[in-house]
Write a protein that binds this ligand. Structure first.
Ligand code: UDP
Ligand code: MG
Length: 318
């Protein structure tokens, strides 16, 4: 397989008017870099002429790679397909609608050359509707930064550069593309952010509305789990289970001693129900923890996954 320096990964969903303009702009930026590159367009089940346009581009230009999905799987899946086939040492992701500016690519690369593994764009002057998009995403960004401990202003910006070895390691699902920097943290990724340009959409409509913010917040729970607890679910579930179990256990012990030593009637005490419930939920949580632990082990072993990631190995050739 022939390697290239750079892979540009672009999810495409009904962007027929934008594609030709994007292609021209990208070419003029990339040709000036003096690096080998490929442009990977991933057509995410478009119903317009996007795929025909991608096919035409790839026929006349060998640097263009087209991937065609059978149906619409979402932007995250499209990125992941792009990462899988990318042959570059560095992968750059961007949107197809020209809201990201190809002219920012050299700036991202500069940071990668300084030694960063992920360089994320920050749309400081975001050109989207304030109430439905910019405001909810500010709140979400603040929350994500608190929960994941990776501090970026703008997780949602698609314009990002990744060292390919790290990008190809990451596991993600659903709408999680914005969490890629956070998910890269356990691999020891050096992450930074630079201000990039943001333009209003030229043609077509945004594919998202406010409902995305809710999905993002739900995904955040999963990300938190993947980040902190993936390798030790028994501690999370089991730990909580043990605490509940003991609170319940001592409540019941207290009631039983009231009955035994003081002869009180305890049959109608709310604490009786409370204690029993806690003991039962405690036992359930501990069992859930054991099951989760077994699943986790199977996951790592079946895929030969390792809980570590080696950056390089040096040895004298013999
Ligand atoms: N996109 C995609 N699949 C989808 C929705 C969007 O591949 O289901 C692509 C879309 O073509 C664009 C990028 O993802 O290149 C971002 O989409 P959009 O511009 O609608 O999002 P926004 O800029 O409003 O966040
Ligand atoms: Mg857009």
């Amino acid at each position: 397989m022939k390697k290239v320096d750079l892979s540009i990964v672009i999810p495409v969903y009904n962007e027929e008017e934008n594609l030709p303009i994007l292609y021209e702009k990208l070419k003029s930026v990339l040709d000036k870099l003096g690096k080998s590159y490929e442009i990977i367009f991933v057509n995410d089940g478009s119903t317009d002429k996007s795929w025909e346009i991608i096919k035409q581009l790839s026929e006349k230009d060998p640097t263009v790679v087209g991937v065609n999905f059978r149906r619409n799987y979402g932007q995250t899946a499209a990125m992941s397909a792009g990462f899988d086939i990318a042959r570059g040492d560095i992968i750059i992701t961007m949107d197809a609608d020209l809201q990201n500016d190809p002219e920012d690519i050299p700036k991202l690369l500069e940071k990668v050359n300084e030694g960063y593994d992920i360089v994320s764009g920050w749309r400081k002057n975001r050109k989207d509707a304030f109430i439905s998009r910019t405001l909810p995403s500010r709140i979400a960004n603040w929350l994500i930064s608190k929960v994941t401990g990776v501090h970026l202003h703008d997780y949602g910006c698609s314009l990002k550069a990744y060292k390919a070895d790290i990008a190809k390691k990451l596991d993600y699902y659903g709408e999680m593309h914005r969490f890629l920097p956070a998910l890269a943290k356990p691999y020891g990724a050096k992450i930074t952010e630079i201000v990039v340009k943001h333009h209003p959409r030229l043609y077509g409509k945004s594919k998202y509305g406010i409902s995305r913010t809710f999905k993002v917040i739900l995904d955040l729970f999963l990300v938190k789990f993947l980040l902190d607890y993936r390798t030790k679910p028994l501690r999370v579930f089991g730990g909580t289970g043990l605490v509940l179990f003991f609170i319940g256990f001592f409540s019941l012990l207290y009631l039983v001693s009231l009955k035994l030593f003081l002869g009180h009637d305890i049959g109608n005490r709310p604490l009786l129900i409370f204690g029993t419930l806690l003991v039962l939920s405690g036992i359930q949580l501990i069992s859930t923890g054991i099951v989760a632990e077994l699943i986790t082990r199977t996951y790592y072993e079946s895929q030969n996954k390792r809980p570590y990631f080696i950056k390089e190995v040096v040895r004298k050739q013999d």
